[in-house]
Design a protein around this ligand. Structure first.
Ligand code: KIV
Ligand code: ZN
Length: 387
């Protein structure tokens, strides 16, 4: 049996921390229902203690969404953990995700706490969370800039208290793939009780490396949970994009050898819903969900794809929710795509000479316009003026 990789979606929590992406309870519920359809394993529904609105949203999602584990973030203190537990109570399965920073910089400058205090507080928080659920995740914030010996000490301590998932955040997006994978591997090798927890990755995209860092940590570090967000939404430059890691794992299963539960045909609908609700447009050349991700404009590529799709496509557009791939007619297009489109539009042209003449008219028009519409195409093929 192949090993499973857990997909933990944080669109509704870290994603909402994107400046300008705040969502109402109703909007969060709509996204959560769609994430359930997408079959993500865990939905981080929010940060229950952060506001009454977030508490209500987490509670509403926990009451309604039953097919995914519902999670709330909580700082490592009593009030946050109790609020998270209270909001999550209606869920059929829930997780409390508690965190505290472990880097010297954060402990000294932000928390103003000693390493020993952080160690004790982390253990206490996990111990408290375990009173509410046996599914407890712990994150040492700014892990990728934390001292290795201290990180090992804290993580061994929280696993001892019953943490079942250890998430290792690259909070500021500073890590590079080999280094981040080595960090996860070393933690798993050095911490004596590491086998009792699933190791998870949580990467930010400040250097555009979030997806690469996550996947390398899975492949070479042994991480078995990826935290990610739809359209890569998240604090600052965002989080690991769910659609990218999932499709990389599926398309290159030969390389990763891991299964994910996600129903990929729901990816596009989820991306479009998140974009509609947040008002964050998806760039056309965005992998998997961008309008051009399965569109072909160059004649050579169009010719190849029309003969055999796998000449220029490594995934099927339909597998991620598009109705089909797309041939875009423009100045780079060749005869094959031109003839094919006319055929699809029901226009028949008799003989090569007529086809050549129509094609020349098309090229002349395409030189002036970015794309040629179907109406224009039919008109020029029939030699009638277009509207
Ligand atoms: O980036 C981060 O460190 C986080 C933690 C709260 C997991 O989002
Ligand atoms: Zn984060």
């Amino acid at each position: 049996m192949t090993e499973k990789l857990i997909i933990f979606d944080t669109t509704l929590r870290d994603g909402e921390q994107s400046p300008g992406a705040s969502m109402t309870k109703e909007e969060k519920l709509r996204i959560a229902r769609q994430l359930e359809r997408l079959r993500v394993d865990v939905i981080e529904a929010g940060f229950a203690a952060s506001s009454d609105g977030d508490f209500d949203a987490v509670r509403a999602i926990a009451s309604e969404v039953k097919d995914s584990v519902i999670c709330s973030l909580a700082r490592a203190n009593e009030r946050d953990i109790s609020r998270a537990a209270e909001a999550l109570r209606p869920a059929s399965r829930f997780r409390i995700h508690t965190f505290i920073a472990t880097s010297a910089l954060h402990m000294e400058k932000k928390l103003r706490m000693s390493a020993d205090q952080v160690y004790e507080q982390a253990r206490r928080a996990v111990r408290q969370a375990r009173q509410f659920t046996d599914d407890v995740e712990f994150s040492p914030e700014d892990a990728s800039r934390s001292d290795m010996d201290f990180l090992c000490r804290v993580l061994e301590g929280v696993i001892d208290e019953g943490a079942t998932t250890i998430n290792v955040p690259d909070t500021v997006g500073y890590a590079v793939p080999e280094g981040y994978a080595a960090l996860i591997r070393e933690l798993r090798e050095r911490i004596p009780n590491s086998h009792r927890a699933v190791f998870s990755v949580h990467c930010h995209d400040d250097l555009g490396l979030a997806v690469a860092n996550s996947l390398t940590a899975v492949k070479s570090g042994g991480a078995r949970q990826i935290e990610c967000a739809i359209n890569g939404l998240g604090e600052r430059a965002g989080n690991t994009a769910l659609e990218e890691v999932v499709m990389a794992l599926k398309t290159r299963r030969d390389h990763f050898g891991l299964d994910v539960r996600v129903d990929t045909t729901q990816i596009l609908a989820t991306s479009q819903l998140v974009s509609e609700i947040t008002g964050f447009a998806v760039q056309p050349n965005k992998a998997v969900v961008g309008a051009n991700a399965f569109a072909h404009a160059s004649g050579i590529h169009q010719d190849g794809v029309l003969k055999a799709r796998d000449t220029y496509e490594i995934m099927r557009a339909e597998d991620v929710g598009w109705s089909a791939n797309r041939i875009v007619l423009g100045k780079l297009s060749g005869r094959t795509a031109f003839r094919q489109r006319l055929h699809e539009l029901g226009v028949t042209i008799d003989g090569d000479a007529q086809l050549n003449a129509a094609f020349m008219r098309f090229k002349a028009l395409a030189d002036q316009e970015a794309t040629v519409s179907d109406n224009e195409l039919v008109a020029l093929a029939r030699r009638t003026p277009s509207r």
